[in-house]
Design a protein around this ligand. Structure first.
Ligand code: F0G
Length: 458
């Protein structure tokens, strides 16, 4: 028989999980104001809040940490990381930052000014936050299929090139800070962007004299999907696919906490010295000197190693298969999911799961709370709470997708854990009609409210 794929790693260290009871969870979620971000991690059994910074580093990464060079200027760890970034992206210039949003802050301090427009494919919430904080506007040009959870489109993360061109045509180049394409498209469900789409979006931006930037948090998973799904890439190395993706861009922001499998870190990287020089000043102000900017030497060493491990085919195969395993188990139970399954997460369609809860009562957040109560599974709402209010009208924004994301940390959980998660979701699904009402906001911050919001039940 054909041998099944196994994880290309084994466990060397374990972290115990406390199995809480339902009544403990009932008490804790109340104390947390029904906001899963407020829970302590010991109060969670399976933590699928995010795949960001939650991965397990390898023995090679841990040993690389011991060789970290902690010099303020010119550390060998910086040059090691610079070489890895140059090798995998082709970018000559890079600036370390403490995480992805810090990289966005540095880059947008150069590019984004009040009144600007930043087109892209469903900007991630911190990306949008940085844009709106500067009184600029993030314009979502994702293809319409992304809003349809059942569309089988293989590259649902794609930019709609017509929508993009309309924005580029309608505005002078000076008003457009840059075009930013996020791979994979997290907000649309961890959906990949095809190589041809990246190439064409890049070309279009350049035709209108606008810089083309890649938000590369999950670039390796995107490259894996290109290899699996796009003509002409089946035999290509993941790293070569990644190099080609970056070859169409002028620069990138990276949250290293995802595909580079480190617990903290990020960077910006650039093709041209000009943009790098402008960004350098902001890096020094916000992050630190050019050769460490927000990262210790040991962390840069682990990151350099992680970039290579995260772009290995057997690893990516096992990772993406695990996500699909969870998806197929849940599908077997009839749970409405976003398909095709994303690279880092399974997204439950809360509108279909709880159709009787009106959008004003935040069905996805309601569902996330139920999953926690049922079995201590922590997911995250990707819906109206996260979409926040319109900065001008202050009205709630209700996006097409109202979902609970179950994001899988890298190299952390087994498929037994996935079986447990699927069973938890199934139990809630079986009793969904007993969930009578949703939640309402008791207190919210003026921007990025979902992190700190306080809720109560109707
Ligand atoms: N870009 C994308 C596509 C992201 O998914 C994230 C973070 C960031 C930028 C910001 O990076 O967290 O290092 O500052 N996403 C996490 C998530 C938090 O859960 O999806 P960061």
């Amino acid at each position: 028989m054909e041998l099944p794929l196994t994880e290309p790693f084994k466990t060397k260290m374990v972290e115990n999980i406390y199995r809480s009871t339902g009544s403990e969870r009932e008490m804790w979620i109340k104390e947390a104001s029904l906001n899963l971000f407020n829970l302590r991690s010991e109060q969670v059994i399976i933590d699928l809040l995010t795949d960001s910074g939650t991965g397990a580093m390898s023995d090679k990464q841990w040993s690389a940490m011991m060789l970290g060079d902690e010099s303020y200027a010119g550390a060998s760890s910086f040059y090691k990381l610079k070489d890895a970034i140059k090798d995998l992206t082709g970018f000559n210039y890079f600036l370390p930052a403490h995480q992805g949003r810090a990289a966005e802050n540095v880059l947008f301090s150069v590019l984004v000014k009040e009144g600007d427009i930043v087109p892209g494919n469903s900007h991630f919430d911190t990306t949008k936050g940085h844009i709106e904080f500067r009184k600029a506007q993030a314009v979502d040009c994702t293809i319409d299929e992304a809003g349809d959870t059942t569309s089988g489109h293989l590259f649902k993360g794609n930019v709609d090139l017509e929508k993009l061109e309309q924005v580029l045509k309608a505005n002078p180049a000076e008003k457009i800070s840059c075009v930013i394409v996020t791979v994979t498209n997290n907000t649309a469900g961890g959906q990949p962007v095809s190589m041809s789409n990246i190439r064409e979006a890049g070309k279009l931006s350049h035709k209108y004299g606008v810089k083309f930037i890649i938000d590369a948090a999950r670039f390796a998973e995107n490259a894996y999907f290109i290899r699996m799904r796009e003509d002409g890439y089946a035999e290509k190395e993941i790293r070569d696919i990644a190099r080609e993706m970056f070859s169409y861009a002028d620069g990138m922001t990276m949250s290293s906490k995802k595909d580079a499998i480190v617990n903290m870190g990020g960077f910006t990287a650039f093709r041209e010295e000009g943009l790098y020089q402008l960004a350098s000043t902001f890096n020094i102000i916000y992050e630190g000197f050019l050769t460490y900017g927000g990262m210790s030497g040991r962390d840069m060493n682990a990151l350099a190693q992680g970039l290579y491990e995260g772009t290995e085919l057997p690893y990516l195969e096992s990772r993406i298969n695990q996500v699909a395993y969870l998806g197929s188990k849940m599908k077997e139970y009839g749970i409405p999911l976003l398909e095709p399954y994303g690279g880092h997460a399974i997204f439950i369609d809360a509108k279909k799961f709880l159709p009787h809860i009106p959008k004003e009562e935040f069905p996805a957040q309601t569902l996330a709370i139920e999953l926690y109560l049922e079995g201590g599974v922590r997911g995250v709402e990707i819906g109206a709470l996260m979409a926040d209010r319109d900065p001008v009208t202050r009205q709630n924004r209700y996006p097409d997708l109202e979902m609970v994301r179950l994001a899988l940390p890298r190299r952390v959980y087994s498929n037994n854990h996935m079986d447990y998660v699927a069973a938890v979701v199934r139990n809630v699904f079986d009793r969904r009609n007993m969930v009578k009402r949703g939640v309402q906001i008791e207190w919210e911050a003026p921007i990025m409210r979902h992190f700190t919001v306080k809720l109560n039940r109707f």
